[in-house]
Structures are given as C-alpha cells and as structure tokens.
Write a protein that binds this ligand. Structure first.
Ligand SMILES: [Zn+2]
Length: 734
C-alpha cells in the first residue's frame, strides 16, 4: 500500500463537518469545561452554601469556556430541585439556583451546562417511587448504588418526569444539558416495564444478565442498550425543541464491556452532540493500577466512535484523587490528564470539589485552557495520521469469557482471571506501542465494517476472539491488498456472539490451522525459542520467557515459524528446557500483505513483565510492517506521541506527552527530557517547524527520507507544528 493511499484515505461516513457559519458553539470554541461541584455544600447549608460569584470568577480566571452547574443537586432528590418546576409531589425550590447563576455567568461570557444525574437516586426519594426503580431478576429494588442509593429505570414512567424537567430547564437561557449516566445496572433491569417491553419485542422471557450462553442473551444485550439509546434520543428531541445551540451529551462508556451498563457508544453517538466518557477518572493506587496512558487509550477509542457519527469527543478528567472527594491531585497530574486527552483531539471537562478550587491541581488548568483558546483549530480540528491501529473488539469484550471492568465513578472494579483476558491483552499491546513512540489509533468492529482499514498499514488484533463474518472478510481483503496484521491467541476463533467457529476466521491469512485446539496448561516457567538468529551451542542462549497461555496450532508449509515453545517443564528446577517444536510465533504472506500470528497471550505478557526481548520483537515487527512516519532517537519509554494533521491538510502537529515522574504517583513534578532528535517522513515538503506551548522556531534538516528537528527540552507537554511547503498541495485528508 502506498503512502499516498494512506494519506488520502477518506473519513468515515457522516463525518463531514457543516460550514463554519452554521457551527454550534461547541464546534466553534474549545471544549474547556470546568466543574466546581457545590451540590453537597448546597445540600448541607441551603442558600448559604451557594456562592456563584466566587465560582464564576474562578472559572473565568481559568479560561474555561463552560461550567457544569447543579440546580438538581448531585444525585436525584425531590427536595433539591432549585429551579422553576412543577414536579408532582416535590416542594417548590428553596431558591432559584439556576437563575442566580445565569445572572452572573452570562454577563462574563461563561457558558452554562446543567448537570442532570440520571443514574443515582437518594434512597428516601426512590422509595417514594417504587414503580420507577430498577429491579433485579428476583424483583428486589436496586438499592446499593454508591452503597446506599437507588436508580430509576429508563423504561419506567420516570422517563416522562425527566422529559418534563428538561422542558423546564431549557426554558432558562442555558447552553446545554449533561446527563451523568444514564445506565442500566449490570444486575438490572427486570421491572415490570422492562419485562413487558422485552416480551413484546422478542417474544420471550428476559434471561439473566450474566447468562452469556443463553440463546436470548444477544437479544438482552440489544434490548438493554436500545432502551438506553431511546431514552437519550427522546431527551435530545425535547432539548432540540429549544433550538440548535443547546448542547446535549451524556456519560458514555469508557473502555470496558458495553453490556455491563448497557451503554453502546455507537448507538449513543447517534443521539448526542459530543461523545464523552470518564476516561480520566484515575484514583486509588495510581502507581500500580492506574497509569496515565489509560486516558489516551480512552480518548482514541472515543475519537473513532465519535468521528464516525460526525460529533466531537471529550474526556472527563477528574482532578479528585478518588475515593477522597474533597482531595485533589497535584498540578503535574492535572496537566498530564489534560494533555493526554487533548493530544488525541479531545475536549476536556476538568472537575473537582468547590473547596479545591485554589489548590495547585486546578490552578494548572488556567494556562492549559488559555492555550486551548489560542490554538483551537490546531488542537481540535484535526485528524490522526497514525499508520497503525489496534482493534478494540466490542463483540469480544461483550461475548468472550475474559474482560476486566476497571474502577470508574460508576463501575466497581472487576478482574477476570480467565485465560486470554482481552483487557490485559489490549493493555499489553497498547503500552508496548505507545512507549515505542509509534503513532497509533484505536478502532472498533464497526470501523472495520465501515471500510476504513486502508488508511492504515498495520492492524493489531489483541486476542480479538469474536469477529463477525463481515469483519473477518474485510480483514482478509485488507491483507490481500497489501495491508498487514499482527494477531494473538484466539483471534477469530468465535463469531460476534461468542459461538466457537469450526475453523478460525483468519486462519488462511495467519498460515495456521486451529481447528479443535484447546488452551494448554499454564506455562509458568517455560520459554520461547528464537529461530530467527543463530546460536553457538544451545537455543537456550536465545530463549526468552514464554507467555502463560498457549494454543497448539498446525502451521501451513509456506508459513515461517519465528519462535517455538519449549517443552513444558514440571517445575523450574527439574531440567534444562528443550525445544518442543510447537509454533509460538508464525509469519505468513497472504496476497500482497503479511500476518504475524502469536499462538499465545503475548499481550498479557507484555503488560505483566515488560521483558526487553518481547518489547524489541514488537518494535521490530511494527517497523517492518507499518514503516511509521515518525522516529524519535533516544526517547524515554515514558514519552507518548500523537501525530495529527489539521483538516485543511496544511499543518502537521506532533503532540509530545512526557509521563516521566521519577517512579512516583501521584507525580509532584515531571522530569524533563533533553535533546530529542525527531524525524518525520512521507508528509510532503516541510518548510519550517515550531513549538506552540513554549513558542520557538526549530531548525529543520533533511536526512533523506527523513526530515529531522532537534527539541532541546520537553517538560510535561509540547506541540510541534510542521509547516508544509506552500508550493506543495496540502495533505489530502478526505
Ligand atoms: Zn426497568
């Protein structure tokens, strides 16, 4: 595949932006939203706890474009509806929070978005409306949300209550509505409204939410996500009655199985103005459990899903060091949360509690939001120039046996110990690539079906076990035309509903046969033998640790076996390891392209151990198969990059995010990197280069085929803008 093919690839359907004159405010201005939560203050002290003047002044100092405000309190409570309303049975407002806020915010140009919690309800309020509560399969009401609260069902009459409140809120001169949630909880909802609706649609009883093998389980997944999307659709229709300048967005799904909370981002994206998720909620044990690169992981997936629907994407970055609601993260962490979102084209929402508004974490946001105002087009009206994409398979997350649910504000962490844990596999491949400064995107199953593969040279399938026939067909065609695949473990062995295939859907491209093979007993102290290099006396000279889970596959005669497994050892001191001859890594030419297949959970090994030879193998393969357009000599593995182009194709932006905090989290300061030599190629002629955050001109040197620049120092974050030759045509980006 030629470079021009990659550059000239087209956007997904529906992504063409309307002319600038008709753009709504959230497309004209940077999405730089601040939330200084005061709901608990108002709940405790009433009007005395409300200080809009101080909050608004602080937000203006921070260069925010919009604020989240709390006229409905935080979690739903009929006693706290602090706006003009006619909610049956609920008291009139003690004071008009919303009007008082708007009287002060509008004159200073700060936009107002109303926070509307649609997932958590105070217990006393929920018990006044038992007919609205989400219910478990045994009929009991859901009453353990945040341990002590409940939740209402989107299919119950509560839906009409929400729509009525939206009409009342939109009668104020606000700029938007944000739904925190909505959600159907993972053990819900079996209320009479849901049961009846499911029976009418599918003609059967609802199966349990954890019955993955039940014949009606796909219908249940469809029903739950459809219910939620319809609720969002109907809410937006009400908001649209009040004009096109009212923003509406919801809390969509971060990177975990969408069936858990029924939030299918592809469905939600059709009914919101921005696709956003809590990708920047990192709390608790930051050092071991919550690396900062998870933010970019979420931002990239959101971008793929949002751009297909033609809407911007945004990451919710929480400055609170959860679970301590009144305590905030240091300035370096705040800066990196913002940078790892914006580096991937995402707007940001930064939040903390009102009492933390003068702490260093929030203070750091001021200069970042000023930067966003100065460079709106370069930061937000761009698209990725990555040559590599990693598949996040929604079908696999939802229907395969192993996936984790990370801790977020809404989700309780769940770890899955099943072999082939797809979360571990994804994290391993992702971290190996970003820490090698490979520009990369994330894509989902729909991206493949929609036909965007040709913009990439290499697709990575991290145990993408469940693939539909149409996905598999598109991938095979991609390789036939000259694209390349790296895949691991059970990729393609199941269909999109999790049913085992008689033969792997991509086996002919991988050059293997996996019919009837099972997973070997765990390899706890075994090895991989490298067959690509000569050894002097024994293959043990070149052996490296084996991943834990392996498949026994047969290889085609034309396939090249790069690595084999050692014969299983009964224990690590029993004997010297010997070559089993069983293929572990196989390279195969198929059509014009190539596949490298790992018959093991190699990504899980990358995530867990970071063995130098494993990382080097990945780097070498990616350089051979993707020929990335970016090279950074001597870079730290803490450096993440994002290579993007403005939509007019006239500038190329390189975002550099430095996560080097000296082995501490939360980071109190970032250790600067010095004297980076950065090379780019295949971007057209480059006339000049400059840094945007710390403005300076950089000297440009030609070193065919590379164009190189020197960056003397990098602190937390910088953007290099490459200015293309005016004589040349700008990059065509579709
Ligand atoms: Zn229900």
């Amino acid at each position: 595949m030629s470079a021009s093919t990659v550059i000239n690839s087209t956007e997904p359907a529906g992504s063409s932006a309307p002319p600038a004159g008709r753009l709504p405010w959230w497309r004209r201005e940077p999405l730089s939203i601040v939330e200084l939560a005061d709901a608990l203050h108002v709940a405790k002290f009433g009007r005395r706890g409300f200080d809009p003047g101080r909050s608004i002044a602080r937000m203006v100092e921070l260069n925010a474009t919009a604020a989240h405000v709390f006229p409905l309190g935080c979690h739903l409570d009929g006693n706290v509806l602090l706006f003009r309303h006619h909610s049956p049975g609920d008291p009139p407002p003690a004071f008009d929070y919303l009007q008082e806020w708007l009287d002060l915010s509008r004159p200073v140009g700060l936009r107002t978005v109303v926070y509307f919690n649609v997932h958590s309800v105070k217990a006393h309020h929920a018990r006044r409306h038992p007919d609205w509560q989400q219910r478990r399969i045994d009929g009991s009401a859901k009453e353990n949300v945040y341990n002590v609260e409940s939740s209402f069902c989107v299919n119950s009459p509560w839906r009409n209550w929400v729509l009525d409140r939206l009409r009342e809120l939109c009668a104020y001169p606000i700029d938007g509505i944000f739904f925190d949630g909505p959600v159907v909880f993972d053990d819900c909802c079996y209320c009479e409204h849901c049961r009846r609706s499911f029976r009418e649609q599918f003609g059967s009883q609802m199966p349990p939410t954890d019955a993955l093998d039940h014949e009606a389980f796909p219908a249940l997944v469809e029903f739950r996500s459809g219910s939620l999307a319809n609720f969002v659709r109907d809410s937006r229709n009400v908001i649209r009655e009040f004009g096109d300048e009212l923003l509406f967005y919801v809390n969509a799904n971060p990177l975990y199985p969408s069936r858990i909370h029924a939030r299918d981002n592809r469905k939600l994206a059709e009914h919101v103005d921005i696709l956003a998720s809590e990708g920047g909620f990192l709390g608790g044990d930051l050092m071991r459990e919550n690396p900062l690169w998870k933010v970019s992981l979420n931002a990239k997936l959101l971008e793929a899903q949002a751009s297909a629907a033609g809407v911007p994407h945004l990451v919710f970055d929480c400055l609170t060091h959860t679970p301590w609601t009144s305590y905030s993260l240091p300035a370096a962490e705040a800066t990196l949360l913002w940078a790892s979102s914006v580096a991937h084209g995402a707007g940001t929402w930064m939040s903390c509690y009102r009492d933390a508004m003068d702490r260093p974490g929030l203070r750091a946001i001021g200069s970042l939001y000023q930067f966003a105002r100065q460079h709106t087009r370069e930061l937000f009206d761009t698209r990725s120039l990555a040559d590599v994409a990693i598949l996040v398979s929604d079908a696999t997350l939802n229907h395969y046996r192993g996936a984790d649910v990370p801790q977020t504000d809404l989700a309780v962490e769940r770890r899955n110990i099943a072999a082939g844990n797809v979360t571990h596999e994804l994290y391993g491949w992702y971290s190996a690539l970003w820490s090698s400064q490979v520009p990369l995107d994330l894509i989902d199953d729909r991206c493949i079906v929609d036909g965007i593969l040709d913009r990439y040279r290499l697709i990575i399938l991290p145990n993408s076990a469940c693939l539909s026939d149409s996905c598999a067909q598109k991938l095979l065609e991609f390789v036939r035309r000259g694209g390349n695949l790296i895949a691991s473990f059970e990729t393609g062995l199941y269909d999109e509903r999790g049913r085992r295939r008689s033969r792997g859907a991509l086996d002919e491209a991988f050059g293997v046969t996996r019919a009837g093979v099972g997973i070997s007993p765990p390899r706890q102290w075994d090895y991989l033998f490298d067959h690509t290099r000569p050894y002097r006396d024994s293959p043990l000279e070149l052996c490296v640790p084996s991943p834990t889970c392996a498949l026994s596959v047969r290889t085609d005669p034309q396939a090249q076996v790069l690595m084999t497994f050692s014969a299983p050892l009964a224990d690590r001191y029993v004997d010297l390891a010997e070559d089993s001859g069983q293929a572990a890594v196989v390279r195969h030419h198929f059509g014009q392209g190539q596949c490298v297949y790992f018959a093991c959970d190699f990504g899980a090994a990358l995530r867990a151990w970071r063995i130098p030879e494993h990382l080097a193998l990945v780097r070498d393969l990616v350089w051979q198969l993707a020929r990335p357009r970016l090279r950074i000599d001597g870079a730290s593995p803490c450096l993440e990059v994002s290579l993007r182009a403005t939509r007019d194709g006239r500038s190329v932006l390189l975002h550099l995010v430095n996560y080097d905090g000296g082995m501490t989290r939360p980071m109190q300061r970032v250790l600067p990197l010095h004297d980076l030599t950065i090379g780019v190629r295949e971007l057209g002629g480059i006339r000049a280069a400059e840094t945007l955050r710390n403005p300076r001109r950089l000297s440009v040197a030609a070193d065919e085929p590379w164009t190189t620049i020197q960056l003397p120092r990098l602190d937390e974050y910088e953007v290099v803008r490459f200015i293309l030759e005016t004589e040349q045509k700008p990059l065509e980006l579709g």
